[in-house]
Design a binder for this molecule. Structure first.
Ligand code: GLC
Ligand code: CA
Length: 564
């Protein structure tokens, strides 16, 4: 496999609105990010992904872009962005932007032009279609609820949107539109960004017949992604996109891809694939409800283990995926993937270790490195997220009481990841001197960066060690390119795997159980590389005849003797 500059990197996602506010308006900003670059460097971060910072009405928190060439004034100026970029480079770090290509904001001038002249050139940048017998052109439910078709006032036309009605979908069939997008992408690459996280990209290829689908809910609508699954030919778009932009700049791209078709992985992330990598969401899909968040199942350990293992084995045949435990669309990983008894510092370190040492590109989401957890939400008004409000209504319509619907949202809401970053035990967790745009998690006095800086055993200091191990001169090779081989899969509570190459054999083992458990090592131990417990030593393990007793929430990373 050809080696790429990004293979051995560790990435960090910043959600700018919630990262750090420096002017007291309650909204995180670019100055805040600049001031924390040294903090990220110390954590071992190479690549920083910024969720959208473009000009936007923020209906979907910046994923509705009104001008691809402008920085949102809430976050700062283009000069400040350039300063951020320069400061990042100074520290040998790489900055990647969020690229939203499936849709823009209804406030974007293209869409405004289209509304002003629904038969004109710009209307063809979008999907404007006639209704059918007084109804919308087809019966799709958008991701954020309601029909995907919105009437164009004063006409018999509708425009198409897979997300909110303020996020009209762009018509990728139009070559002029595609060229404008490529120009914009190249403009940012020429400015010096190192690549992109690419939003919702699977949705760009529609089934142009927009056929009605069998309704899957009482509203008579069907999930819009089912139409996407019936569309062929996305590969041509993605290949062209890559050739006109990323490839020329050796850019790093990480795509958000759900609903990929069987057998497509190699074309997406293989040698000469459309993207450098895509996120592995297989574990996150385990808590997908059939009808919404209200029937979302809890994640069960054995299913989770099986899923992670299966994904690792499949992906290593072709390339790399990006491993996450959470992002801005997901609840906090500690609250989701760990049983209640493990939602503590030891469990947090365990989950982090198992995730970061997998084969692939680790992405840490802001606050993950201090073990941030889901917040407690008491009223629907406390939320900002458009998706949460929709899911709340869906739950109520399905017959859940207000209390029950709130519990569902507490568990699944995207706002769990969007509460302000907890920097200190000062007012508002040190995030702002003003009023935070979204409430601060009440646990901030306990979980915050400042406290953890001063505690050698903290989650933060552990994450620093963990990332350090992954990137160390000694082990970098095996953690980057080493094969993933699962082990102890038949045990009740152990998640474990080897990372192996021609020279090293590393064992990562974690006990997710409530009780202690034992494993018998298959190979003599050379060295304990990392552990979240005290008094674990190679000598002790040798003396125990290679039987390790693992406490609840214990994780251990061992270098084994290399015997074939
Ligand atoms: C992606 C983003 C999400 C956004 C959606 C629409 O899934 O991660 O935050 O709401 O796309 O742009
Ligand atoms: Ca601010």
């Amino acid at each position: 496999m050809e080696r790429k500059w990004w293979h051995d990197k560790v990435a960090y996602q910043i959600y700018p609105k919630s990262f750090l506010d420096t002017n007291g308006d309650g909204i995180g900003d670019l100055r805040g990010i600049i001031s924390k670059l040294d903090y990220l460097k110390k954590l071992g971060i190479d690549i920083i992904w910024l969720s959208p910072i473009y000009k936007s009405p923020f209906v979907d928190q910046g994923y509705d872009i009104a001008d691809y060439y402008a920085i949102a004034k809430e976050f700062g100026t283009m000069e400040e962005f350039e300063e951020l970029l320069a400061e990042t480079k100074k520290r040998d770090m790489y900055l990647i932007m969020d690229l939203v290509l499936n849709h823009c904001s209804d406030k974007h001038e293209w869409f405004q032009n289209a509304l002003n002249d629904p038969e004109g050139e710009y209307a063809d940048y979008f999907y404007f279609r006639k209704g059918k017998n007084g109804n919308p052109p087809s019966n799709y439910r958008s991701y954020f609820g309601g029909s995907c078709w919105e009437p164009v006032k004063g006409t018999d036309l509708y425009y198409f949107h897979m997300f909110s009605k303020e996020q009209p979908d762009l018509n990728w069939e139009n070559p002029k539109l595609r060229q404008k997008l490529y120009d914009m992408i190249n403009w940012w690459l020429e400015k010096g960004v190192s690549g992109f996280r690419i939003d919702a990209i699977i949705n760009i290829k529609k089934n142009l017949e927009f056929p009605d689908l069998k309704p899957d809910g009482k509203d008579g609508l069907a999930e819009c992604w089912k139409m996407i699954e019936s569309a062929d030919g996305i590969g041509e778009f993605l290949e062209e996109l890559k050739n006109h932009t990323f490839q020329k700049h050796d850019a790093f791209t990480v795509a958000e891809v759900f609903n990929m078709k069987d057998g497509e992985l190699a074309r997406f992330i293989g040698e000469d694939g459309y993207f450098s990598t895509i996120f592995d969401f297989s574990a996150h899909c385990l808590s997908e409800g059939k009808h919404g968040w209200y029937d979302a199942p809890d994640v069960d350990f054995k299913t989770w283990r099986k899923t992670v293992i299966a994904s690792q084995i499949e992906v290593q045949k072709y390339g790399f995926e990006a491993n996450i435990i959470e992002n801005h669309d997901e609840p906090r990983g500690v609250s989701r993937f760990l049983p209640k008894y493990a939602a503590n510092a030891a469990g947090t370190k365990m989950l982090g270790t198992v995730s970061i040492l997998l084969r692939g590109i680790p992405f840490i989401y802001q606050g993950q490195e201090i073990g941030m957890q889901n917040a407690v939400w008491n009223r629907i008004e406390e939320y900002d997220d458009i998706n949460t409000k929709d899911q709340y209504n869906i739950a109520r319509k399905a017959g859940l009481t207000e209390q029950e619907a709130l519990e569902v949202c507490s568990k699944m809401s995207r706002d769990n990841a969007r509460t302000p970053m907890q920097w200190s035990s000062q007012k508002n967790a040190g995030f702002t001197t003003g009023t935070p745009w979204l409430k601060v998690n009440l646990d901030y006095k306990k979980i915050n960066v400042e406290n953890q800086e001063n505690d050698p055993d903290s989650v933060l200091n552990y994450y620093r060690k963990l990332v350090g191990v992954r990137k160390s001169a000694e082990y970098k090779e095996v953690f980057t390119y080493g094969k993933f081989v699962p082990v102890y899969e038949k045990t009740e509570t152990i998640m474990a795997y080897y990372r192996i190459n021609e020279k090293d054999r590393i064992l990562v083992a974690a006990n997710f159980g409530k009780e202690a458990a034992e494993i018998k090592l298959e190979y003599p131990v050379k060295r304990v590389i990392l552990s979240n417990q005290e008094n674990v030593s190679a000598e002790k393990i040798r003396n125990s005849e290679l039987v390790i007793r693992m406490e609840s929430c214990e994780v251990i990373v061992l270098e084994c003797e290399y015997t074939v």
